[in-house]
Design a protein around this ligand. Sequence first.
Ligand SMILES: Cc1ncc(COP(=O)(O)O)c(C=O)c1O
Length: 469
Amino acid sequence: MTNDTILAKYVQQGIEHLYSGDPTLYGLLYEEYHRQANVLTMVAASSVVDPSVLICDSMVPVNVTAEGYPGARFHAGCKVIDKIEQLAIDRAKEAFGAQYANVQSHSATTANQVVMCRLLKPGDTLLGMELNSGGHLTHGSKASVSGQYFNAIGYGLENHERIDYERVHRLAQEHMPKLIICGTTAYPRIIDFERFREIADEVGAYVLADITHIAGLIIAGLHPSPIDHVHFTTTCTHKQIYGPRGGLIMMGKDYDRPAPDGKGKLFEVVQKGVFPFFQGAPNLNSIAAKAKALGMVLTPEFKERMKRIVADARALARCFMEMGYHVITGGSDNHLVVVDVISNGITGLVAEKALEDCNIVVNKNRIPGDQQSAFITSGIRIGTNSLALKGMGPEEMPMCAELIHRVLSSVRPLDDRTFELDKSVKTSIRAEVAQICKRFPIPCYPYSGESVEKFDGVYGQPMRAVASS
Ligand SMILES: Cc1ncc(COP(=O)(O)O)c(C=O)c1O
């Protein structure tokens, strides 16, 4: 066996042992693979990783415990691991033009918590975007540490559903927050990071930009970068970076400024905040997968995909508006479109469930001024990360919008949660979705040809040899 086949053998053995030794789990994993390959996924918060990223995420670094950082570990046996983590750090810095990168955060949530819990003391004030306006739970919601341990003040949108920078300014002057958080989870427009920094400088606050949703657009230069405007930039790696589940924390030109309370330099606040303050040993296979994903973001193909993401979202927004829907902010500058469905008499939850019954996956989402709870909502959020990856361009968006409209205009809500949908509608939409999935398959997902309905999920037989073609 040679170097290039030995890992392939290892991976194959893993699949074979799983198939024969645990058919129940194999069956469930196959079922999920099959579901993904056969539904039209328009979830703004997800993407599809390349198989090379997937393999890194399940590779041998998982066997290593390596508390600490490259060159400064608390465990032996880390020489190779150090090189892998350094590669991920270097690629993150290059991709974002950052001076400092920490690749160990297990998620964007942890990344945000590291920054806020190291800079603020319980009870200190932070200013973040409200959930209803498109902010994230970790930006001050009472449901999370950010809103329970800190005095979280929320800002929102103005009449045109854009971020109300005047209000951010007034609230900052009034409450003198120690930290201002910008970056969103359901806001379809460009964010003015420079403006946030100006406001923060006036009141002596730090700024955290959470670019979880738009990291790829920033790398590709399709959205202004916050790196040198804000003090801390966080992101997950599993949305627009098309990487493994995990987080990154980066810093630009302020990285070596003195930290508050004599805590050394600003980047040391993060370095010690991830380990040992918040986490123990890093997830090294995930770091290898981050390195792989970050190694692909500076390619022309990645940039083209990012352009397609924006073109698709703009086309989708246009289609919905032409069909009479209220699209939040009247369009999109990024990868997502938020559609008000309550004006058409259905809740976000009913829309989400009816669409999923037809093999179309979107998320229910709150909209500005929403009267419904986060479990019901008045809108849906549609994203184009996965559509663009499959090669679907703006010319395919009328077809996607029309499918969604057919479901939404056929569904008969019984209350906020339940509904009726004719079988004939379900059958015909599912058949069209199946055709689309065949025409635009997920790259590298061999198409099984079975319909989702016919899938029986029976495993445990000897594995068939895979044809080498
Ligand atoms: C803006 C924003 N920040 C943070 C998160 C949390 O990310 P993670 O799942 O990595 O904790 C999300 C998740 O969707 C998000 O949209």
